[in-house]
Design a protein. Structure first.
Ligand SMILES: [Zn+2]
Length: 247
């Protein structure tokens, strides 16, 4: 094939689109909250090991059901169709450092188990129709545990029956945005490395990470891409190496 001006022009266009897509993917930080707690911290702990560390809550179970799905650290689904947004807390969004660890923690405690909900009497649901409440497992407050473990930041949005500052330790991060909708305040300090310095690309959906040249990376949707500067970086965030490209 002879390379003519037309080919070079198309290549340039493709390159511009690719660079644009990558920068959008790496700029996405949700509310910006992230943490770098290693997933290995919970590998050897059972749900009861974790629950035993905590006192009974004085929250009251107003609704209960089996947890059928954990969307992320602060959202779960129940078998009665209710979607629960854990009130007073905010965990890393999908694709942000710490997302998998916070989600796995809640899965360990809640998934396929009977959980109780203390619904926020001051504000029953958020604008997405999710019930706002405290998730209670074996009489313990999961929202409080997320804050005490550093897996969530405080997100206090009055009016609320609950005051999450009472659950947190003194060094817990507080959401700077005070709104789950503001994605316009990306915090750069602790967010995932940008694509420029990335040696590996993770898929927040599968939990696998790859060489940038792996064919899986091309098929990956941009919103699922997470960039890592090193192998240990990926592993400490709970990602497993791809079996095809062996990163
Ligand atoms: Zn791969």
């Amino acid at each position: 094939m002879k390379i003519n001006k037309k080919h070079i022009f198309s290549l340039l266009i493709i390159l511009i689109i690719a660079v644009g897509a990558l920068s959008i993917a790496s700029a996405y930080t949700g509310t910006g909250f992230s943490h770098n707690i290693p997933s290995s911290k919970y590998y050897d702990l059972s749900a009861s090991d974790i629950l035993n560390k905590y006192q009974k809550t004085d929250c009251h179970v107003e609704e209960s059901g089996i947890c059928t799905k954990v969307v992320d650290g602060d959202t779960i689904y129940l078998d009665n169709g209710d979607k629960i947004r854990l009130v007073g807390v905010n965990t890393p969004e999908r694709g942000v450092e710490g997302y998998i660890v916070s989600k796995n923690f809640v899965q360990k405690l809640c998934l396929n188990k009977k959980v109780g909900i203390d619904i926020d009497d001051s504000k029953h649901s958020d604008r997405y129709g999710r019930t706002l409440g405290v998730v209670i497992v074996n009489g313990k407050n999961v929202n409080e545990m997320l804050l005490k473990e550093g897996l969530a930041e405080i997100m206090y949005m009055p009016p609320s029956e609950f005051y999450p500052f009472d659950w947190a330790d003194s060094d817990t991060q507080v959401s700077s945005s005070h709104s789950s909708s503001s994605s316009s305040h990306p915090t750069s300090s602790k967010s995932t490395s940008s694509s420029e310095s990335a040696s590996y690309v993770g898929n927040s959906n599968t939990g696998k990470f790859h060489e940038p040249s792996c064919s899986s990376v091309n098929k990956m949707s941009d919103r699922n891409k997470v960039f890592f500067s090193g192998r240990n970086d990926a592993i400490s965030q709970g990602y497993a190496p791809c079996k095809m490209c062996n990163p």
